[in-house]
Write a protein that binds this ligand. Structure first.
Ligand SMILES: O=P(O)(O)OP(=O)(O)OP(=O)(O)OC[C@H]1O[C@@H](n2cnc3c(O)ncnc32)[C@H](O)[C@@H]1O
Length: 207
């Protein structure tokens, strides 16, 4: 009998649900005979608090939101083996250039060990100064600004700001799915890659 892995996603955002489906399809692809991970999977999206501000302003805060969401989703979904948290946020780089960048942070947590977190970020892109002005001075959320800028509705659940700033080449679901594959690697690659045993002895230690 094929095993079904149940995964709880801490969001009902359609782009994040699609990203999770896409990521898990490539991780657990059944028609790839070389794939030792091949199984069925089921995604349950649920609304959970991120525990941070609606518009996170640093990588640290955004990652914390993703951790909180992954753990809460798992807690709220007893049948799930893994919890996933996805959080979009911005980060300020001051040197060698003064610019703000947007990316998503993705966290995977397994029920067997809540302290073992798989964490990755998406690719990043620069946000224009006028968008940052709306966020920092007028305290608007990126979602609202993107809709105003494009005259569209609900960009956050569709192509995302990523899609807008790449002329629709790279949509939020695809980019988040790649980060999910990285975050899951903690659980899908050999555990020997991740244990604390050093690869080589410190050459000076024996002297
Ligand atoms: O329903 P949830 O899961 O909360 O999804 P969200 O897109 O609203 O929320 P996030 O917490 O991931 O993102 C934090 C803020 O940044 C906005 N944001 C993040 N990525 C975005 C994107 O690609 N396009 C538009 N807005 C985005 C988002 O709408 C929030 O205002």
């Amino acid at each position: 009998m094929t095993k079904t892995i149940v995964v709880a996603l801490g969001s009902e955002n359609k782009a994040k649900i699609r990203a999770t489906q896409l990521g898990l399809e490539s991780i657990f692809k059944k028609n790839n005979t070389d794939n030792n991970n091949a199984v069925d999977f089921k995604v349950i999206g649920c609304s959970v608090p991120s525990g941070i501000r609606d518009q996170p302003l640093s990588d640290q805060e955004t990652m914390q939101g993703a951790i909180n969401r992954a753990k809460k989703a798992l807690e709220n979904t007893p049948e799930a083996e893994f919890g996933i948290g996805m959080e979009g946020g911005i980060h300020h780089i001051t040197e060698p250039v003064d610019k703000w960048f947007e990316c998503g942070w993705i966290v995977v947590v397994n029920r067997n060990n809540l302290d073992e977190l798989g964490i990755a970020s998406t690719a990043r892109f620069e946000l224009p100064k006028k968008v940052m002005h709306e966020i920092l001075v007028n305290h608007k959320e990126l979602a609202e600004i993107m809709d105003d800028l494009t005259n569209k509705k609900d960009i956050r659940s569709n192509e995302g700001a990523m899609g807008v700033f790449t002329n629709s080449l790279l949509h939020r679901d695809l980019i988040y799915s790649h980060a999910l594959v990285f975050a899951f690697s903690r659980f899908t690659t050999p555990s020997s890659f991740w244990d604390d045993q050093l690869l080589s002895k410190n050459p000076t230690a024996d002297k």
